[in-house]
Write a protein that binds this ligand. Sequence first.
Ligand code: ZN
Length: 54
Amino acid sequence: MNDIKEKYTCDACRYTFESDKLPDRCPDCGKLQVRRASESEIYEFEHRFDNEKE
Ligand SMILES: [Zn+2]
């Protein structure tokens, strides 16, 4: 089985996160404004962690 996760973004707080299914609520702010992340948001998400390498 593949462990492929979609990326979603909350329109209320702009929090982008990975999940294997669309959650009802944003895990950050709890609002019901979660949608699929756009390509640019996915790009930002994937590069968000670049600075954490040491
Ligand atoms: Zn949110």
